[in-house]
Write a protein that binds this ligand. Sequence first.
Ligand code: IPE
Ligand code: IPE
Ligand code: MG
Length: 253
Amino acid sequence: MNPELVKQIDATHLPVHIAIIMDGNGRWAKLRGLERTEGHVAGVESVRKVTECAARLGVKYLTLYAFSTENWNRPREEVDALLHLIVMSLRKEVPHLKENNVSLRVIGDIDRMPAHTRECLEKSIEETSVCDGTVLNLALSYSSRWEITDACRRLAREAAEGRIDWASIDDEAVASHLSTAGIPDPDLLIRTGGDERVSNFLLWQIAYSELYFTDIYWPGFGADQMLRAIIDYQGRERRFGLTSEQVSEHGQQ
Ligand code: IPE
Ligand code: IPE
Ligand code: MG
């Protein structure tokens, strides 16, 4: 990590949860005359760098959007290559995660994954479960509308079975039925690759997140870019609907 950038970080005001839409692998590869898949392979290096950066800084949660529900509609060969890469990368990276005291967690419709991919994910989660530092939360086969719909379905069922009173359903009840239950909302959402959209990612959870967009393609994103995003975040005033005066009075969280 660049010491000049590290110096600019206020360690007492770190984002607790950073979420990243890792976009631009295909364009990164195309620019270099490579197959799109080569971009995904290069992207794994960025995942490692960013995870290590989060662990070293003490960022508690890092959620990475790795494969969306909509990505299932990509050409079959690309989907297969991505699934294969997930398994290969987990096998390779788990020892590194343990060294950095990082535990793995997954959100998404994992039942759509092939059995051996699911088994590999479960094994990696189990192997890193002793780590109590940063939580690396991988969004796989994930989309926010899938997640919110699933939460509604479960709440409706609990109400129909008389286990909860429908009138008591509040923000907290909804949040506790999402796959991110127990994880605080992201403070900072980063999207690489130049597009300024959220592509069905954490729609409920980013209600008050600070958004940071960069043109850099994901394989070009590393620790220094992450530090720059955090520095930018730390320069912002989060008002949560209040006035600036109220925020100064109560002190920034
Ligand atoms: C992000 O890179 C990785 C995934 C969505 C799996 P892309 O594959 O979307 O790369 P671009 O956006 O086409 O460049
Ligand atoms: C978002 O990237 C999903 C992931 C990074 C996994 P996409 O490339 O799928 O998003 P769109 O299609 O450009 O919105
Ligand atoms: Mg893309």
